[in-house]
Design a binder for this molecule. Structure first.
Ligand code: FES
Length: 115
């Protein structure tokens, strides 16, 4: 197979199902372990979002119960992250957390994970 064809393949992704994930209430966030990853799943403005639960300052856990508006906070040094984009919005880190695309399938959420 020509090398050019190998390079043009899209990055492969797999989807993991979070049973009942679509039943999250507006403004609610939970920490879940799914597909080998710790993540925070949140519902903000009617949309579901999933980000890595690991702070990018040190490998500490971001607190899902800290969800305020669209931000969650790491309890160690108070870095904040936007659950919609993963961007660091305050505190000692500027590095974003990974974001995982989410789709709704009935009461479940399908969350795309990189391989
Ligand atoms: S470990 Fe999260 S802000 Fe420092």
């Amino acid at each position: 197979m020509p090398f050019a064809l190998l390079r043009s393949r899209p990055a492969s992704r797999r989807k993991a199902t979070l049973p009942g994930g679509a039943l999250l209430a507006e403004g609610e966030a939970r920490r879940v372990y799914l597909g080998g990853r710790l993540m925070i799943v949140a519902k903000v403005n009617g949309q579901f979002h999933a980000i890595s639960a690991l702070c990018t300052h040190w490998p500490e856990m971001i607190d899902p119960e800290s969800l305020s508006g669209c931000e969650v906070r790491c309890p160690v040094h108070w870095a904040t992250f936007d659950v919609r984009t993963g961007k660091a919005t305050g505190g000692p880190t500027r590095k974003a957390v990974p974001v995982f695309p989410v789709t709704v399938n009935g009461d479940d959420l399908l969350i795309e994970l990189p391989d």
